[in-house]
Design a protein around this ligand. Structure first.
Ligand code: ASP
Length: 334
């Protein structure tokens, strides 16, 4: 009897130890871009971030990792024209879609990114392949497309990702320029928002992923913060994971994602680190941005200095979401 109990304990010990570490619920938190989002776009944005959370959580439920969860969430938003990523991306001065994406794993700081990539549906999955299949972190333009072909990723006919909304936004951009006037903001329907996701699993492993079409009327070949580690995405199991959105040149100058991680290293909560960093960036550089953060213990940080930013997360059986400042809705997960 004693011997049997001994063997039972030895057999189940690793499982028990694993479960005893599972003292927190996994979290998937996403954003759908910071900006002057028009009222008419709000419902599609909210529906899109909720769908992304659902896909990210489903990846967890299927036994996937944090990387599977953030990739799945971002892919949903890349495929949704309500967002500025994948299909529905904004266009450059020549009316073409050029996309950027990055992904990072907190356990070993593995990362992959692509910039100025054309004619593929899901830049985030190509970024993941750069991380997993190459000795590099960032592949650009022609080289990134060549790598996509080598990996068997379907190449879409040129122009497939361009929407009428994005072309109309380019026309308005050319008419109204870069002035951030009321008129430009209202007319500029194409500014539909970068997408991002961060996740933490029950064992405290984190990951981040971000994907964008950039900004309307950008020069051909312009790279954004979204493809730059420490600006658009960052993940480190010691602290947490961050994904950002907003004016890319400003975010890059302030290294927003890594600045949030550093603030957490210096003792701030995920929430405070995110709010303080976005406010500090806006105060110093007079431009707007937003960020989402999850800490290794599952704390959430959400902040934006723009008018709106759609966000959503699932923790346990509840989905939380919002888009206005101060808005925080809750509903049971489906
Ligand atoms: N950060 C993106 C860029 O500048 C745009 C955005 O987040 O909406 O390309």
């Amino acid at each position: 009897m004693l011997i049997t109990s001994f063997y039972v304990i030895i057999f189940y010990l690793p499982l028990l130890l694993r479960l005893s570490n599972c003292n927190m619920l996994p979290v998937i938190l996403v954003h759908g871009g910071a900006g002057d989002i028009m009222d008419s776009r709000v419902p599609a944005k909210i529906a899109g971030v909720k769908a992304a959370v659902k896909a990210g959580y489903a990846a967890f439920e299927k036994g996937g990792t944090v990387v599977d969860a953030v990739e799945a969430a971002v892919r949903i938003m890349e495929d949704d024209p309500a967002f500025n990523a994948g299909y529905g991306s904004v266009v450059n001065l020549e009316g073409e879609v050029e996309m950027d994406a990055s992904i990072m794993i907190g356990s070993n700081l593995s990362a992959g990114a692509v910039t100025v990539v054309q004619d593929i549906a899901n830049a985030i999955s190509l970024a993941r392949l750069v991380m997993e299949k190459t000795p590099h972190v960032l592949l650009a333009a022609h080289g990134a497309k060549k790598f996509a072909i080598d990996q068997g990723i379907p190449i879409l006919p040129p122009g497939s990702l361009v929407t009428d909304t994005a072309l109309e936004a380019l026309e308005n951009y050319k008419k109204y320029g870069t002035q951030l006037t009321e008129i430009a903001a209202v007319k500029n329907k194409g500014e539909v928002g970068t997408v991002g996701a961060v996740a933490v699993d029950a064992e405290g492993h984190v990951a981040a992923a971000t994907s964008t079409g950039g900004i309307t009327g950008k020069m051909v070949g312009r790279s954004s913060d979204t493809s730059v580690l420490g600006s658009g995405s960052y993940a480190d199991d010691q602290f947490g994971a961050v994904s950002t959105t907003g004016h890319g040149e400003t975010i890059m100058k302030f290294c927003v994602a890594h600045t949030i991680i550093k603030a957490m290293e210096n003792g701030k909560s995920a929430d405070q680190a995110t709010i303080d960093t976005i406010n500090a960036m806006t105060a110093k550089l007079n431009n707007t941005a937003g960020a989402i953060t999850v800490s290794k213990t599952g704390e959430i940080g959400i902040a934006f200095s723009s008018k709106r930013m759609a966000w959503a997360y699932r923790q346990g059986n509840e989905v939380h979401y919002g888009i206005e400042r101060g808005q925080h809705e809750k509903e049971p997960a489906e």
